[in-house]
Design a protein around this ligand. Sequence first.
Ligand code: HEC
Length: 152
Amino acid sequence: MRAARYLRWFLVSILVLFIAIQLVRPARSNPASNPSANLMAHATPAVAKIFSRACRDCHSNETQWPVYSQIAPISWLLAYDVREGRDHFNYSEWTSIDPDDQDKLLGGICSLTRRGRMPMPKYVWMHREAKLSATDIEALCAWSEKMRDTIQ
Ligand code: HEC
């Protein structure tokens, strides 16, 4: 019966650990931002729709945090991706990005989606609606190339 006792202790420890880690709650904030500073102010409705369904959660201040984002350790992983995503490219704060970086980001929107690197595959796995069709990618590329010409 010793084995059964160890197993019980093991399961209780896992449970206690799971409860304890819930105390470490990452910030899941959506900072306020000015709509006129948003890159989407310059997007066609079709392009804005693609961004909403495939990029918004990680690259804007309008993240929709799912219910499971409340639960550690998932909460930590999601908060990390959103922080990294916003650090690299936050389209809600587009006008505060310097023009050279804007140019690179617009190039990246086309090349990364073409290569299947964005949206991140693990995101598409959880959010089927974020999957991009060839037509979506061509729309993003055509629009982002035009946007690049407007950058001084
Ligand atoms: C699950 C979160 C997530 C989603 C969804 C997502 N991204 Fe990203 N993206 C990231 C992270 C994290 C990085 C930075 C690290 C990296 O490059 O892998 C990044 C980097 C980028 C970069 C490069 C920024 C740089 O510094 O060069 C571009 C451009 C980009 N993403 C565009 C998009 C576009 C366009 C979409 C939607 C079609 C999208 N991403 C969807 C998380 C995401």
